[in-house]
Ligand binder design. Structure first.
Ligand code: AMP
Ligand code: MG
Length: 529
């Protein structure tokens, strides 16, 4: 197996290292990374792996199930070609500059280039302390590792830019965690996810080097990033820096629009969790909308201000990009050209969000009134608890050729019935508002030539039937804590084709059951992981 893995080390070869080799907490200056070795774990055991990522590295099932695979990807036995390191970055956390953060529990193994030429950095999350651990233990618990493993793969299958996960390995060691930060510390099983991405670079690197006034390092790192992660831009120069920033803005907007499309809430959009490639990065207390609610966040750590709630993610990403822009001023010489790019953020985001909403609704060409139809839907969906995912799948089935005078309120409500959480509690006023919107929608459908069958096919390609519902992942976690890993596999399998009907997986496409509405792990998560 090892012979197949040809590790390259451009990050450590081309960027300056921390000269200190001892592994203790410290501020690391004038360096992009520190050499650090994973701390061994007691008994690595493979829980799950991604066949797609394995195939990328030409690893077979036999390879992945071998003892040596678990030993390698738990960090116990590394071949001499691997020179592990942890990267140095900073970040704004919940709106305040936090200074140096860095890979506190993620240790990079190096890079493998796949057959298509894509470089993949492999990184072990939970592999033990690093110079950036800041008094934490460098470990990860099984529940959060299951969440990261499943969600990164689910995201990828949904067609959303994301870091990936090659493997999920139980360490055999226990980890102490106060799950809700309420003084209730418990021992939990530990795990390590091998994460992969073309690059794990965050906004936080540029910020840290810039805040420290280390312009030389800022330039070195930016040039490396452009050469390595944005080679199509050509040789770095001032003009290219701006083109590059524009691309970061664009990919970040695209990511926000994707999240809005499927109802994903990241939960901790701190600038250290913002990928320079516009990937979904650092799966912590994330969640998926069941009932549509722009104010919802699963992160109890953010309960007071809800800074990172669903409906705010686009705006927050703009704020984060402004922090990135600030850190690039020393490279550009002035703020204005960066500001000029940022000035288009709001309108571009809104235009792309609207285009995405048109697709969600199966509308072809924008005509007058569409914007209002889209905006009013946002309020209609809040009138009662309506499952966002099931709602759009139900809309796809609406038959627009039936004359409107034949569509009674009962029929209209029936068409979205499966998406309603409390149909019996719906007042006449709410029913009237929902039916008014549905009627307008059907009228609008009648104005386009697209046949219902073709519209349904198109809508079902953008509106998933399967999302990684919070309660399903929690059920997989509950079973795993009893030693049964089978549901992880079941979810992974269903999420491979999230837009297909998959009738045999129907039970995984149901709305959230009542018991999960206020359960820890389902709707309430903290940063403790
Ligand atoms: P996060 O909120 O997960 O993005 O983490 C913020 C910072 O805390 C990053 O620098 C992480 O590496 C670090 N961190 C989080 N959990 C741990 C842990 N258990 N041990 C060491 N560092 C951690
Ligand atoms: Mg993070």
């Amino acid at each position: 197996m090892l012979q197949k893995l040809d590790f390259q080390n451009p990050f450590t070869t081309e960027l300056p290292a921390d000269g200190e080799l001892e592994n203790y907490n410290r501020l690391v200056e004038h360096a992009c990374y520190s050499w650090v070795t994973p701390s061994p774990v007691a008994q690595p055991q493979l829980i799950a792996y991604s066949t797609e990522m394995a195939a990328c590295f030409q690893l077979t099932e036999h390879d992945c199930r071998a003892e040596s695979f678990a030993q390698l990807f738990a960090g116990n036995q590394l071949p001499p070609t691997i020179k592990p390191y942890a990267t140095c970055y900073g970040g704004h956390q919940f709106g305040s500059w936090a200074g140096q953060l860095g890979d506190g529990r993620a240790i990079n193994l190096g890079e493998i280039i796949d057959r298509s030429g894509t470089p993949w950095t492999l990184q072990l999350k939970g592999a033990g302390p690093t110079p950036y651990s800041r008094h934490a233990d460098g470990r990860a618990v099984l529940r959060s590792s299951i969440r990261e493993f499943l969600c990164s793969e689910a995201m990828a299958h949904l067609g959303i830019p994301t870091t990936r996960a090659l493997s999920l390995i139980a360490t055999g060691d226990a980890v102490a965690r106060d799950m809700l930060y309420n003084g209730n510390t418990q021992m939990e099983p530990g795990a390590i996810v091998c994460r992969t991405a073309p690059s794990f670079t965050r906004f936080g690197q540029f910020q840290l080097f810039s805040k420290r006034n280390d312009v030389e390092l800022l330039k070195t790192f930016t040039d490396y990033t452009i050469n390595h992660d944005f080679p199509h831009l050509g040789a770095p120069s001032q003009a290219i820096y701006l083109q590059w920033f524009q691309e970061v803005v664009d990919t970040t907007i695209d990511l926000m629009v994707h999240w809005a499309r499927v109802g994903f809430v990241h939960g901790v959009m701190n600038t250290d969790n913002m990928s320079i490639l516009g990937l979904t990065l650092d799966y912590g207390p994330y969640g998926w909308l069941d009932d549509f609610n722009p104010d919802w966040t699963p992160n109890t750590t953010d309960r007071q201000t809800r800074r990172y709630r669903f409906g705010k993610q686009g705006e927050v990403a703009g704020w984060n990009l402004a922090r990135l822009a600030e850190s690039l001023i020393p490279l550009i010489g002035s703020k204005e050209p960066l500001q000029a790019i940022l000035n288009h953020y709001r309108s571009t985001y809104h235009a792309r969000w609207s285009a995405m909403m048109m697709q969600k609704l199966g509308l072809q060409n924008s005509i007058e009134g569409d914007q209002e139809l889209i905006e009013s839907l946002q309020s209609v969906l809040c009138l009662t608890e309506i499952d966002m995912t099931l709602f759009y799948r139900a809309l796809a089935k609406i038959e627009s050729h039936i004359p409107l005078e034949q569509q009674t309120h009962t029929m209209l409500m029936q068409s979205i019935h499966e998406a309603l959480y409390q149909p019996e509690q719906i007042t006449t006023k709410v029913e009237t508002a929902i039916c008014a919107w549905l009627t307008r929608y059907i009228e609008r459908l009648k104005q386009q030539p697209l046949h219902d069958v073709a519209r349904k096919i198109a809508m079902n390609q953008i509106n998933p039937k399967f999302i990684l519902r919070n309660y399903l992942t929690q059920q997989a976690i509950d079973a795993a804590y009893q030693g049964d890993y089978s549901m992880i596999e079941t979810l992974l399998q269903a999420m491979r084709n999230p837009y297909d009907e998959q009738p045999q997986q129907q039970s995984l496409a149901q709305k959230r059951p009542d018991w999960a509405k206020h359960r820890v792990g389902c709707s309430m998560l903290s940063c403790s992981s």
